[in-house]
Design a protein around this ligand. Structure first.
Ligand SMILES: [Ca+2]
Length: 364
């Protein structure tokens, strides 16, 4: 029906990539082929390549810091790429979807060299996620302090996104740890939640539940967080096999997992503002600008835009494989591919950090 600019051979490659995978982060051809598609992939410029399962993008001036799931930070500065060691106090888990995930620079990074990270570890006590403060020292990073430990972890669904809100608090997404989805409904558990922390690891006094890090609950595996101008918060979430979600997040609210999904409604629970229906986006990082929410899409192999005013969605970047994170700064959108995560079909230059002018993707 619509104008589809994806070359046929890329569509075929996507279909080939679909065959060996079976869960929500996995790789498949884009759904919703009857929708209008605006794809401006030709305008994307490569800023770094040969990244190893990159997970999140942080930027300070014109310097990028990219977390890699196996446990490194890649610094990209004036075209030079340095892979920096991260000295963590616990052994990283090598479970599927696990490892060094979220990474954000402290707002006072230039003075303090501080950053925050979210990682999955495995030791004699089990497998958990933790949120830590990292310090940049020379050409590496050291775990300086634990802010929050023993976040539930399982076979998959580790959550992992960190973002600093417009209120200058640290937010984190946690997954339902896959084996016990009902923990998402238990506000005493920190799994299946969006959490809100002070930078020193204490509970903000104005959190919705007294003495609790829980900001919202009933989440399955959220991996994207963002705020619209004016402060309205949004999150992306992986659905059970399709039915991926974009939610508007409000303090103290219940987002329904595992009781409702897709369009379903139940008293006391929030229905997503967008869901993928029978197709799968597998949305991870998000970025918001001018009432448009852009989501990195793994299985959807695209960046998908959600027009928050018009309540419409379509793909804006496609044909580069799995996309893990997206950020907007100034006139550009930056994003990282995720073809080396074991569920894609990488070439010898994958994965990559890309830059595309916002003017090239605001065609709709
Ligand atoms: Ca939900």
């Amino acid at each position: 029906m619509g104008k589809i600019l994806i070359p046929v051979w890329l569509m075929l490659l996507s279909l080939v990539a679909a065959c060996s995978n079976d869960n929500s982060e996995s790789s498949q051809s884009p759904g919703g082929s009857d929708e209008e598609t605006f794809v401006q992939t030709e305008a994307a410029e490569v800023l770094a390549e040969q990244l190893n399962v990159p997970w999140s993008i942080a930027k300070n001036g014109e310097t990028f810091f990219l977390s890699e799931r196996p446990g490194a930070i890649v610094k990209v500065e004036t075209g030079q790429m340095t892979r920096q060691d991260v000295r963590l106090n616990k052994p990283l888990s090598n479970a599927p979807e696990a490892g060094l995930l979220g990474f954000v620079l402290s707002p006072d990074f230039n003075e303090t060299s501080r950053a925050y990270a979210y990682y999955t570890y495995q030791d004699a006590t089990g497998q958990f996620n933790r949120i830590v403060e990292l310090l940049a020292e020379g050409e590496g990073w050291t775990e300086a302090k634990v802010l929050l430990d023993k976040l539930p972890s399982g076979q998959v669904h580790h959550g992992g996104r960190l973002k600093i809100g417009p209120d200058n608090k640290l937010y984190a997404t946690t997954g339902d740890a896959s084996s016990e989805p009902e923990i998402a409904q238990n506000v005493e558990s920190l799994g299946g939640k969006i959490l809100r922390l002070n930078f020193d690891g204490t509970v903000p006094e104005d959190n919705p539940f007294k003495d609790s890090f829980v900001y919202s609950y009933g989440h399955r595996n959220p991996q994207g967080l963002g705020w619209k101008e004016g402060g309205t918060m949004y999150a992306s979430e992986h659905g059970p096999s399709a039915q991926d979600e974009i939610n508007q997040i409000q303090a103290g609210k219940n987002y329904g997992w595992p009781f409702i999904k897709g369009d379903e409604e139940r008293e006391g629970m929030e229905t997503p503002i967008f869901n993928s229906g029978d197709s799968t986006w597998a949305p991870s990082g998000i970025a918001i600008s001018n009432d448009k929410l852009y989501a990195a899409s793994l299985r959807g192999q695209a960046i998908r835009v959600f027009n928050l005013k018009e309540n419409e969605t379509n793909e804006v970047v496609s044909g580069l494989g799995r996309i893990r994170d997206v950020m907007i700064d100034g006139d550009y959108m930056y994003f990282i591919s995720n073809n080396t995560d074991g569920r894609g079909t990488p070439d010898e230059t994958d994965d990559k950090l890309y830059r595309i002018p916002l003017s090239a993707i605001n065609g709709k």
